[in-house]
Design a protein around this ligand. Structure first.
Ligand SMILES: CC1=C(CCC(=O)O)c2cc3nc(cc4[nH]c(cc5[nH]c(cc1n2)c(C)c5CCC(=O)O)c(CCC(=O)O)c4C)C(CCC(=O)O)=C3C
Ligand SMILES: [Fe+2]
Length: 393
């Protein structure tokens, strides 16, 4: 692998609020279809896939757990900020459901805020998890007419920040111990176990554009920063949990048209192949996800668990970082990297890929669906407030 060049590191600034930006999810049966329309607008997802996904929500009363999880994360961040005497309110806005990002930006401005620092519930680099949030803000500023009046920056992608990785180290170790104990109880203490690090599949084309830039030539594993970041994290986790233990990176929740290539293998195919080759237990680590939302509950806790059960495999799923104390304090550390008040100079990262960029390169995580204004990018023009107008409210 060639050298990873230094990422643009932003000068610490004064901010007057934190924006917790997330995906959003339905909160009742009547929300399911409007929510799915929001998610897939202009994205070429076949109707059959929407129909299938609607059942995952319907089976849970039409409710995605993601909003409750974000309310809990917001509350935990507020407690940690207060404990450190950091006077920044936490605002919450979603891409696909209430409270919608444009409305949150408008009410933030109306309440007197002028400089927001965004953190998202996505840790890695790809269109869906980085650039799309930067475009969500760019579009919202343009739509509301707040461009030039409200500054919005974003903390770096935190896939390899210890606050995100350490809860996975604990969770992987505990799940591995559980599966080994189950196998021992079944009289097969030495049966082979495999650890499956699971993340969201994305189109190959998006994977190849992840983290790419117009003027820096970098070589990542399989040509993709998205894949490389997950592999590097899994290596860092396994080096601490059990260096001799077999593991692999697998994908879940594929959608899109069947002829469009997405990252593989699918977790269920991988479990079938492992069972055919003598594996007796699997540990599933939801490495791509911040909380136990629908993709985790359905694709892992329902489908992958069922696949394992049918094949007679022991199974355990490790937790997501959620509101783990280390995750919450880590997010506040990431905020402090960017703020003049309470600034921390240390920028920890647990893989050689990081610490990731504060400010993305032009064209980073492009998605080939046309140019949209994006914040937190070199040379950007949205989300910037000229000197003099960025006064403290
Ligand atoms: C990389 C990635 C993450 C991880 C990073 C992150 O966490 O942000 C993620 C998270 C999530 N994805 C979610 C839900 C959905 N994602 C969909 C569709 C898609 N996801 C994609 C990628 C990702 N998605 C992609 C490339 C598509 C195809 C359409 C498109 O190109 O945009 C669809 C449409 C139906 C379907 O096709 O499945 C739904 C309903 C929820 C909410 C769950 C809940 O409600 O609890 C969450 C957190
Ligand atoms: Fe990016």
């Amino acid at each position: 692998m060639s050298a990873i060049f230094g990422a643009p590191t932003a000068e610490p600034q004064h901010y007057d609020a934190i924006l917790l930006a997330s995906f959003g999810g339905p909160e009742g049966q009547e929300d399911v279809i409007p929510f799915l329309r929001n998610v897939t607008r202009g994205r070429g997802i076949p109707d059959e896939r929407l129909e299938e996904v609607s059942h995952h929500y319907r089976a849970n009363g039409g409710i995605s757990p993601i909003n409750a999880q974000n309310r809990a994360l917001k509350a935990a961040l507020e407690v940690e900020l207060a404990a450190r005497n950091i006077n920044l309110p936490v605002l919450w806005g979603n891409r696909n459901w209430n409270p919608y990002i444009p409305e949150v930006l408008q009410s933030a401005y109306d309440a007197g805020h002028r400089r927001l620092l965004m953190l998202t519930t996505s840790a890695y680099s790809c269109y869906s998890s980085c650039r799309q949030y930067r475009e969500d803000i760019g579009m919202a500023l343009t739509e509301t007419g707040l461009d030039g009046k409200l500054a919005v920056d974003k903390i770096r992608q935190y896939f390899d920040h210890p606050g995100f990785v350490e809860p996975f180290i604990e969770g992987t170790a505990a799940s591995l111990a559980q599966v080994r104990a189950d196998l021992a109880a079944a009289g097969t203490p030495d049966a082979p176990v495999h650890i499956l690090f699971a993340t969201h599949s994305i189109p190959m084309r998006d994977a190849e554009a992840a983290g790419s830039s117009e003027y820096e030539l970098r070589e990542f594993a399989e040509g993709s920063a998205y894949v490389a970041q997950h592999l590097a994290n899994a290596e860092a986790i396994m080096a601490r949990v059990d260096p001799g233990q077999d593991w692999s990176l697998v994908y879940q929740s594929r959608s899109g048209a069947p002829h469009v290539p997405w990252l593989e293998p699918d977790i269920n195919d991988a479990i079938n192949e492992l069972a055919a080759n003598g594996t007796k237990g699997v540990v599933v680590v939801p490495l791509g996800f911040v909380s136990d939302h629908m993709e985790v509950l359905w694709d892992l806790d329902t489908e992958a668990r069922e696949t394992s059960r049918e094949l007679g495999l022991a199974f355990d799923r490790a937790p997501t970082p959620s509101t783990h104390r280390k995750f919450v304090t880590g997010l506040v550390d990431l905020i402090c990297e960017r703020t003049v008040e309470n600034n921390v100079a240390e920028r920890p990262a647990m893989t050689k890929l990081g610490p990731w960029y504060d400010v993305c390169n032009t064209g980073c995580c492009a998605n080939f669906r046309g140019e949209k204004p994006a914040i937190a990018e070199v040379g950007r023009t949205v989300g910037v407030v000229s000197a003099g107008s960025g006064s403290r409210p």
